[in-house]
Design a protein around this ligand. Structure first.
Ligand SMILES: [Fe+2]
Length: 455
């Protein structure tokens, strides 16, 4: 059987290569299990009653493809469950078709990132489900934008199966960044390359809180390109100048009828390892995003976005808001920042840093009304992953609550979950010690415990 596979057994090692994406802190973790009553330094807020889910690309087997991006790995879900001043960790892989076939074959079968022609066998759906983990209509959706999501049980993390929403999903793909309307509880989604690899078709769809599709709109993009994230207001869409928007913060319509849209933006190709058609690629050191705001009149005849205003001249990404104000005016946002001036000891961590993934050494909180920036610096040998915001209570004002983010500690080579109280942002209120290492993840979300009982 092995002889029919691409990549002969002599090519497929049992140890990961010594390349940046598989070295140091980026070594695959491949851990599943439970850690109960994690060690906590400081004061874990009793108000935290729910689960922080996040996903990391974590290859189950040594690849037969050389030097693919760090995020070509199987989706492995972390669930940090908070209750009564304690926190527990559960870790489990999504049982995708690829994961199960590879486990059966006891070797890697999936090929290059988003290139099915390099696979060792044919998959019906080759997704790794490794980009976002999102709770909707009683299930967790493990999502990568090249396929429908995989549904998982939010309590056990058991994989239920590929989710086509009871046959309603019209697109072959599903965005990794769906937006939940906090008022209507509708999920606003799209898929690009929606009729298959390389197709210009974009499918936009809304799903109501019971899982019923309420609107489907087919569009054709002028070029086939990655459409990783989007922002939603009540009524509009627009054309933007050429740039590399990674993630969006939020967008909203003002009472004067204008649209405000905040996001980190860079003019460089963030995926520097994939050069353009002429072979040009930026040096990773030159890629920096600024935090910008587009303000536009949707009724203007020219639907091209105007030049944005720079609202923060810092290298930042992974912006988050208090999700209760999604699609409405936000006064606060939280994000990862890289500021070498804060004192990171790059010489000390360089040998164990690994590579390929984005590096941010601090968390920021921007008050959009006052322009004030608060910064949390976790330490000289630390990098931060994407944060999530948790309101202090249902009735707490916007931005009043807790920010949590996984932190890579390169001195101990283990992960920590840092929990900040937004009333005292610059000092951690609690640091949860995992005593294991979780490599770079992509996205995560908080699900309040009452969500599991309210349906
Ligand atoms: Fe993303």
């Amino acid at each position: 059987m092995a002889g029919h596979f691409r990549g002969t057994s002599s090519q497929v090692g049992k140890a990961f290569p010594n390349s940046p994406q598989f070295s140091g802190f980026m070594k695959p973790c491949r851990f599943e299990g439970d850690l109960k009553f994690l060690e906590v330094e400081g004061d874990l807020p009793e108000e935290l009653d729910g689960t922080f889910y996040r996903v990391m690309p974590d290859p189950q087997f040594v690849p037969f493809i050389e030097n693919d991006p760090w995020f070509n790995g199987d989706g492995n879900i972390s669930a940090f469950r908070f209750s009564k001043g304690n926190v527990h960790l559960q870790q489990k892989y999504v049982r995708t078709e690829k994961f199960l076939k590879e486990r059966d074959a006891q070797r890697a079968l999936g090929g290059k990132y988003r290139n099915k022609y390099t696979d060792a066998v044919e998959f019906k759906v080759r997704t790794t489900a490794n980009t976002n983990i999102f709770y909707f209509n009683n299930v967790l959706l493990a999502i990568k934008e090249d396929a429908p999501p995989f549904a998982m049980d939010p309590i056990t993390l058991d994989t239920i199966g590929l989710c086509d929403f009871n046959g309603q999903l019209p697109s072959l793909t599903f965005t990794a960044h769906p937006k939940l309307d906090p008022v209507s509880r509708e999920l606003v989604c799209f898929g690009y390359e929606a009729k298959g690899d390389g197709t210009p078709d974009v499918c936009y769809y809304n799903i109501d809180s019971d899982g019923k599709f309420t609107e489907v709109v087919w569009l054709v993009a002028p070029v086939v390109g990655m459409i990783h994230d989007f922002a939603v207001t009540e009524n509009w869409w627009f054309k933007a100048p050429n740039a590399f928007p990674g993630h969006t913060t939020n967008a909203y319509e003002t009472s004067e009828g204008q649209i405000v849209f905040d996001l980190p933006l860079t003019d460089k190709n963030v995926f520097f390892w994939w050069p353009d058609a002429n072979g040009n690629a930026p040096s990773p050191h030159d890629i920096q995003a600024k935090y910008v705001r587009f303000t536009l009149d949707p009724r203007a005849s020219d639907l091209d976005l105007p030049t944005p205003e720079v609202i923060l001249e810092r290298d930042m990404e992974f912006p988050r808001i208090d999700d209760r104000v999604s699609m409405k005016r936000h006064h606060h946002s939280f994000f990862d920042m890289m500021d070498p001036e804060l004192g990171t000891d790059f010489a000390a961590i360089a040998p164990v840093l690994g590579g390929g993934h984005p590096l941010y050494n601090s968390l920021g909180h921007l008050n959009h009304q006052t322009g004030q920036l608060e910064v949390y610096f976790p330490g000289k040998t630390h990098m931060v992953q994407e944060p999530v915001f948790v309101p202090r209570s249902d009735t707490a004002p916007e931005g009043d609550g807790f920010l949590m983010a996984l932190v890579n500690n390169y001195r101990t080579m283990s992960s920590e979950l840092h929990i900040l109280d937004t009333r005292n942002f610059s000092t951690a209120r609690a640091i949860v010690k995992l005593n294991i290492r979780l490599r770079a993840g992509l996205h995560g979300n908080w699900v309040d415990a009452k969500e599991f009982t309210s349906h």
